[in-house]
Design a binder for this molecule. Structure first.
Ligand SMILES: [Cu+2]
Length: 291
């Protein structure tokens, strides 16, 4: 990118965010999971075409009516009010359009809702397929709990947990320069790359409803007190991915970002071993390379 200033500029202006939104961004954030691949394909492949064609069609009808049936061009209007054939057409065609949209939509939804078992095939970017992407069964389980107003993450199998709070701009400059404002957190959720992570989502029993969402992973699940919701992701690239609480939950709704750091499997194993031994997040995170 350094060799090609044109690309660099294009990336800076309105380019697709990698793990977080960019100023002027126009499209969805870059996908790093099979589910987000499906969502992007569904959006770009069917939704955009369908909406664009309908808009153009309606625009054409409006133009025809304005040109041919204005008072000057058509001084004596017709008196009839019904046409059975055209009424059947404008009822049946939208139904067919909705059915065509619904088929891949329900496929993507059931992919999102079904925990991988290692056998099931997932749609990935081909939303009209019968499923062609292999996803391994989950080997890491994380419970995310929405608190007022921050997230608590527990590595369920290890029984270790930590809080994750947003950093102020001064703290970002001091501790994690270059990380985005209103998104950077003090303690990131650390997960391994190319590994299926089972996310259990809930909220503090005495608290309110939040929602756990990470756009690059294509996940968004309500965090409800007294309920354990479930979702999963399998990120194929290491890096820092941000999300936000996506249920209007109270005064600091905008200030409880979600920071997920995807690291190599070796780094994750070193981290989780250190965490299990020390039971202290900062000690464990110290084994990872600096952000
Ligand atoms: Cu919230």
């Amino acid at each position: 990118m350094a060799l090609s200033p044109a690309i660099a500029t294009a990336q800076e202006i309105g380019a697709v965010g990698r793990g977080h939104p960019e100023p002027g961004q126009f499209h969805l954030q870059e996908s790093v999971t099979p589910i987000m691949d499906s969502i992007v394909a569904f959006h770009d492949g069917i939704l955009m075409w369908t909406i664009s064609l309908i808009v153009l069609f309606v625009l054409a009808l409006l133009v025809i009516i304005m040109v041919r049936f204005n008072a000057k061009a058509n001084p004596v209007p017709a008196r009839f009010t019904h046409n059975t054939l055209i009424e059947v057409i404008w009822t049946v065609v939208p139904i067919l359009v909705l059915v065509v949209i619904a088929i891949p939509s329900f496929g993507v939804l059931s992919d999102q809702m079904t925990m991988p078992d290692g056998e099931r095939k997932y749609l990935g970017a081909n939303v009209f397929s019968m499923g062609e992407v292999d996803v391994p069964a989950p080997t890491v389980t994380v419970k995310a709990s929405g608190e007022q107003w921050y997230w608590n993450y527990e590595y369920v199998d290890q029984g270790v947990a930590f809080d994750s709070n947003m950093l102020s701009e001064a703290e970002i400059a001091e501790l994690k320069p270059g990380q985005p404002r209103l998104l950077a957190v003090n303690n990131e959720l650390i997960v391994p790359v190319n590994t299926t992570v089972r996310m259990q989502i809930t909220a503090s029993p005495s608290g309110v409803i939040h929602a756990f969402a990470v756009p690059s992973f294509g996940i968004k699940v309500d965090a409800v007190p007294g309920r354990l919701n479930e979702t999963w992701f399998n990120a194929r690239e290491t890096g820092m991915y941000y999300g936000q609480c996506s249920e209007l939950c109270g005064k600091d709704h905008a200030f409880m970002p979600i920071g997920v750091r995807v690291v190599t499997v070796e780094e994750y194993e070193a981290f989780i071993a250190a965490f299990e031994e020390s039971r202290d997040y900062a000690t464990a995170a110290a084994v990872l390379p600096a952000l």
